[in-house]
Design a protein around this ligand. Structure first.
Ligand code: UDX
Length: 461
């Protein structure tokens, strides 16, 4: 059986690599209009960093996994087409700032209808507003040339940084389809692919709308946990309680559980904010204003947490950071990924730049060009406001040299074991550390001479 995946990004690439690995009998072609991206997938340096991904791609590539920019041929040859396309928040027109922009999905649907000359199952993997599958089906049916399309929703629950583990051993696989004989058959076909390595009882089959909504709801619930613990972190700082002790105590209640209770500078990533805003938009659309406001507060709390961190830095550095060098450790939205979408680090860096600080940023996996692009810095040009205020450093020692403070913004493991004695020597005094991820041993740093600050830790470390 031939499978085509449209979109060679953080979801398409890793997901197809795992399917190719687990199902050697399937031939999978990942297509994308971005030739550079496809070239990278066909090279030794893959465009996505994900622990374990490289090995799997190297084994399957050329065997039953292929990367191509011939989208049309990829679609034509396939019996199943996965859509792994971005659905960013709309930046214009109706629903701007909230609704999902479905133009990539719509364009792809039209292309599928136009070029297909055999029946296909279309699998939507991107997180989409409820009832998008219906729109896809309408576009397909209105433009098809005598072929039959079944649209199935199979939302992706992988988290970046642990994608290989999440895909290899998922908590559940969700497949939603139309409640018709053909719909059931299509769902079964997709279930059969996963059953090669996922136990049957973990494969849930639902109505298509339940499947679409479950994905939005799952992300909203997860993000809500982070905003909840972050709201308590503010209270901890005000009262002298310690957020890690509080999180431990409440997390041991089995009804609450300890996962996703790590206080931070706020959540980032391509999903949480987008999906919640989507949910909010959906609720407003149905006149459910209280429900919309309830979920919107999760995002408001997250914005507050990011802002609060920068304010704390400014306040500690004697109410001004203008012209002061601040070392930023970490730019990705979390460790073990090179993805920076909606990274809290971007917001904090922008706020620091707005305060006219000079920031030197080090991230183990994010390229300097990406850092400059995300911060809208055009080196050597007059267009950017502060082109020389932002430097991408080659290592953390270079970043910290001559700085007043270090801000840890991503929880990369390597930040835990740096030579902080050496770093302290190279910094201006008093030297500050603001641990936005609570990963450092603050007592040890204090004994070296640093002034330290952790999220949700008042005066008690
Ligand atoms: C998320 C969902 O977990 C996944 O199921 C969904 O399919 C896509 O969105 P992802 O965005 O890759 O995955 O990362 P995740 O591990 O969920 O982290 C999201 C953000 O929350 C990160 O910025 C992370 O640092 C932050 N976070 C996470 C916390 O601040 N505290 C926590 O306890 C957990």
């Amino acid at each position: 059986m031939n499978i085509c995946c449209i979109g060679a990004g953080y979801v398409g690439g890793p997901t197809m690599a795992v399917i190719a690995d687990k199902c050697p009998h399937l031939k999978i072609t990942v297509v994308d209009i971005d030739k550079q991206r496809i070239d990278a997938w066909n090279s030794d340096s893959l465009p996505v960093f994900e622990p374990g991904l490289h090995d799997i791609v190297m084994q399957a590539r050329g065997r039953n996994l292929f990367f191509s920019f011939d989208v049309e041929k990829g679609i034509q040859d396939a019996e199943i087409v996965f859509m792994c396309l971005p659905t960013p928040t709309k930046t214009y027109g109706i629903g701007a700032g909230r609704a999902a922009d479905l133009k990539f999905i719509e364009n792809s649907s039209r292309q599928i209808a136009e070029v297909s000359n055999s029946n296909k199952i279309i699998v939507e993997k991107s997180t989409l507003p409820v009832r998008t599958a219906e729109s896809i089906k309408r576009i397909l049916d209105a433009n098809k040339n005598g072929v039959d399309f079944q649209v199935v929703s199979n939302p992706e629950f992988l988290a970046e940084g642990t994608a290989m583990i999440d895909l290899g051993d998922p908590d559940r696989v969700l497949i939603g389809g139309e409640k018709t004989t053909e719909g059931d058959k299509a769902v079964e076909t997709i279930a059969n692919i996963y059953s090669s390595w996922v136990p049957r009882e973990k494969i849930i089959k639902t109505h298509i709308w339940s499947s679409e909504l479950s994905k939005l709801a799952a992300n909203a619930f997860l993000a809500q946990r982070i905003s909840s613990i972050n709201s308590i972190s503010a209270l901890c700082e005000a009262t002298g309680a310690n957020i890690e002790e509080v999180a431990l105590a409440i997390g041991m209640d089995s009804r609450i559980s300890s996962k996703f209770l790590k206080s931070s500078i706020g959540f980032g990533g391509s999903c949480f904010q987008k999906d919640i805003l989507n949910l909010v938009y959906l609720c407003e659309h149905f006149g459910l204003n209280e429900v919309a406001a309830y979920w919107e507060q999760v995002v408001t709390m997250n914005d507050y947490q990011k802002r609060r961190f920068t304010q704390r830095i400014v306040k500690s550095l004697f109410n001004s950071i203008a012209g002061k060098r601040i070392a930023v450790f970490g730019f990705a939205f979390k460790k073990d990924t090179n993805d920076t979408r909606e990274s809290a680090s971007i917001t904090v860096c922008r706020d620091l730049l707005a305060e006219q600080a000079i920031i030197s940023i080090y991230d183990p996996k994010v390229e300097p060009e990406k850092i400059y692009a995300d911060l809208n810095i055009k080196k050597g040009s007059q267009e950017s406001k502060y082109p020389d205020h932002c430097i991408a450093a080659k290592d953390p020692y270079e970043a910290a040299e001559g700085s007043h403070a270090i801000a840890v913004l991503t929880e990369w493991d390597e930040f835990k074991d740096l030579d902080y004695e050496r770093i302290f020597q190279s910094m201006l005094k008093p030297a500050f550390v603001f641990d936005g991820r609570n990963i450092l041993n603050l007592e040890k740093l204090q004994s070296i001479g640093f002034e330290v600050f952790g999220i949700g830790k008042g005066d008690s470390l």
